[in-house]
Design a protein around this ligand. Structure first.
Ligand SMILES: [Fe+2]
Length: 278
């Protein structure tokens, strides 16, 4: 599966972290503004020496950035979590843009949660029907429209409450919102789900950890990070301190792009390689 972000996206996000314009990056890397624009517009993939120079000035990991630029790395296909539950990934389209939503199903009780609604959740409703489950909880990683726009429709369909971080902008469409407080645990059948703060993409972005798996929304992608709409340093810190300190085998299920693991991202993500201190 294609990565969510290409070289151009990664450069743009890394520039954001430094507060740099394209001109600032061009000057630091010894390139022209036109060169940077062409890279960020996916029109030019420079030679390795140039990529390493750009990585160096942007505090990115050169070999990882070069591997992604050359389409030489993608995470290994994930192995199923050994816990007593099933994870069903559903691609929900918003226009042409796919968002990954998930059904989490307790094997023993069939209790089910939906992680993110997508904008047009018909495919979630159909999948739940096909599987013979009726979700009893909706867990939102954040409330951007591509992740939470279908909340009204899913709430009408399933009549269930929705969990969201207490400082995240309130989504519309649910009359039964449960605000996640620090140290909350969410129960689903025989399962315990642990919210993990991953703020920065949005003010109250949150991930949900169950056993060896984390639904991480738009905090981190395979080979990249989310756009830091609320706080770049906050997002960077929450990923390095709250996600990438988990055991290497921990599976990460993001809102876009392929699933990955903590170990893969510590080795191959240009933003985080060599930046995780336990
Ligand atoms: Fe988002």
């Amino acid at each position: 599966m294609e990565l969510e972000d290409e070289l151009g996206d990664i450069l743009g996000k890394a520039r954001d972290g430094k507060g740099w314009t394209q001109a600032d990056l061009a000057k630091s890397a010894g390139l022209s503004v036109g060169d940077i624009a062409r890279i960020e517009n996916y029109e030019w993939t420079p030679e390795e020496k140039v990529i390493f120079k750009i990585a160096d000035v942007l505090d990115l990991h050169g070999p990882s950035l070069s591997a992604i630029a050359g389409e030489k790395w993608a995470p290994e296909e994930e192995t199923p979590d050994p816990g007593p539950f099933n994870i069903v990934c559903i691609n929900v389209l918003m226009g042409l843009y796919p968002v990954k939503c998930y059904l989490l199903i307790c094997r023993e009780t069939r209790a089910t949660a939906v992680v993110d609604t997508g904008g047009n959740p018909e495919t979630i409703i159909k999948k739940a029907r096909d599987l013979g489950v009726k979700p009893e909880k909706i867990l939102l990683t954040h409330t951007h429209p591509d992740h939470a726009g279908g909340l009204g429709q899913l709430t009408r369909e399933f009549g269930c409450p929705t969990w969201v971080d207490k400082i995240e902008p309130r989504p519309s469409g649910s009359r039964d919102l449960r605000m996640i407080e620090d140290d909350d645990t969410i129960t689903l059948g025989k399962l315990n789900i642990e919210p993990v703060a991953t703020r920065g993409h949005t003010p109250g972005g949150i991930s949900y950890k169950i056993n060896e798996s984390v639904f991480s929304g738009d905090a981190i992608f395979a080979g990249s990070m989310g756009r830091a709409n609320a706080s770049w340093s906050g997002l960077f810190e929450s990923v390095t301190q709250n996600l990438l300190t988990l055991p290497d085998k921990t599976r990460l299920y993001p809102g876009h792009g392929p699933a990955t693991t903590v170990g893969e991202e510590k080795q191959h993500n240009p933003f985080f390689c060599d930046k995780v201190f336990q």
